[in-house]
Design a protein around this ligand. Structure first.
Ligand code: FAD
Length: 386
């Protein structure tokens, strides 16, 4: 068993609570101004360019990044608070969230200096949206089987092939993508992939929508036909992206967004059951909140590991696996606990509407960001069990 695997019981320091009050005041102002309605998740209003710019203006994007790139050199624990408060409020963060969570950190590690000074400050101002181009038809979980090919040409590379399930690609400014630059070797089947920064305005890129069961258009098929990538958009080592892509996944998998996507049904259940729920309701809510609290402690612990400069890939996978199973089961559990509550007739988005929406998005939760089975493979390997 790996001696490295442990979740330190980290507590959020006092500066985090001061920040939390500031964020809540900002959210209240935005809700009062009509920017978004925390209950109205059912309409999938996940993005707002103006909101992202205002969040950037507050200094809440790129919080942990160096000041010379527009960042704020604050802690991962402070960033945790921002993510948590915005997610619980269902704030429209989609435009800047991926760039803040993982694309920016990849650029900081691997992009040429002039690319960093160009792109990172714009991310921090909430002006650019990033997408993730890993999955392909035929290689979702098995990233290293990717076939989309980048072939050498004068001054850069020509890309041909197809990415799939690419969230936000239809409005993203950039994509960080894995392309095949050489065949795998006998010794290392992961060899031969390179990470690129793709400007989505590049000629030869076609975006085809894919609609989810909820009817929302969140992800896409992205087709490359002789799309030119300049040399300075290569990120890191040519053919060596397998070393880079796995550390990106620690950022992608461990945050509170991995167990809060259906939280609104629990918040609404607490509201409709009122201050004096019956024994069954109280026991049910108590159990769900205790589980949520545990997930939160684990996720805060992972934020502490990121703060300490570690790459908590296994711990992040554990949080993602437990978290997504919890948030996936939540709508059904809430439905049971609310079974005897009279439906409300108000202008609010009702619990029934929220449950209907949460139920149709639930199946995707254990797929996005890595499937349950694949995560368990990573955890087993980390524990020395395979
Ligand atoms: C809402 C949503 C958003 C997404 N956004 C993006 C995005 O922005 N960018 C991006 O690149 N991808 C994105 N994805 C893709 C997602 O990460 C992949 O769908 C996921 O990794 C699964 O790939 P697949 O669909 O090809 O299934 P497959 O990999 O074919 O898996 C099919 C089944 O086989 C199981 N399986 C596969 N390999 C193994 C194994 N080694 N051991 C045990 N079981 C295994 C899986 O768990 C699954 O149940 C998104 C997916 C969803 C649902």
């Amino acid at each position: 068993m790996s001696a490295e695997l442990r979740f330190d019981p980290i507590r959020l320091p006092p500066e985090c609570e001061a920040l939390r009050r500031e964020v809540r005041a900002f959210i209240s102002q935005e809700v009062a101004a009509g920017t978004f309605d925390p209950a109205r998740v059912v309409h999938g209003e996940g993005q707002s360019p103006e909101f992202s710019r205002r969040v950037g203006g507050k200094g809440w994007i790129g919080m942990t990044w160096p000041k010379k790139y527009g960042g704020h050199e604050r802690s991962y624990l402070e960033r945790y608070v921002i993510t948590e408060e915005f997610r619980v409020a269902n704030a429209p963060v989609r435009l800047h969230f991926v760039a803040d969570r993982q694309s920016g950190p990849v650029l900081i590690k691997y992009a040429p200096e002039h690319v960093k000074t160009d792109v990172l400050p714009r991310i921090c101002r909430g002006e650019v949206c990033f997408a993730i181009g890993m999955s392909e038809p035929g290689s979702g979980s098995d990233l290293f089987a990717a076939k989309t090919k980048a072939t050498r040409t004068k001054g850069g590379w020509l890309v041909n092939g197809t990415k799939i399930w690419t969230s936000n690609a239809h409005y993203a400014d950039y994509l960080i993508a894995l392309f095949r630059t050489s065949p795998p070797t006998k010794e290392n089947r992961r060899h031969g992939l390179t990470q690129f920064l793709v400007d989505m305005k590049t000629p030869g890129i076609k975006i085809n929508p894919i609609y989810q069961m909820s009817g929302l258009h969140d992800f896409n098929e992205v087709v490359f036909e002789d799309a030119f990538m300049p040399d300075d958009h290569v990120l890191g080592e040519i053919d060596g992206a397998w070393k880079q892509a796995t550390s990106e996944l620690a950022y992608e998998r461990s945050g509170p967004e991995r167990f809060l996507e259906t939280l609104y049904v629990l918040i609404e259940l607490v509201r409709v059951l009122g201050p004096e729920p019956d024994l069954r309701g109280a026991e049910g809510i108590g159990r769900l909140v205790a589980q949520l609290h545990t997930l939160r402690r684990m996720s805060v612990s992972v934020a502490g590991m990121l703060q300490a400069g570690k790459e908590p890939v296994v711990e992040g996978s554990i949080v993602k696996d437990l978290g997504t199973i919890w948030e996936q089961k939540l709508p059904a559990r809430v439905r049971e606990l609310a079974a005897f509550v009279e439906p409300e007739v108000t202008n609010r988005v009702t619990l029934e509407e929220q449950l209907a929406f949460a139920t149709v998005i639930a199946p995707k939760l254990t797929l996005q960001g890595g499937t349950t089975e694949v995560l368990r493979g990573i955890i087993a390997r980390g524990l020395g069990l395979r």
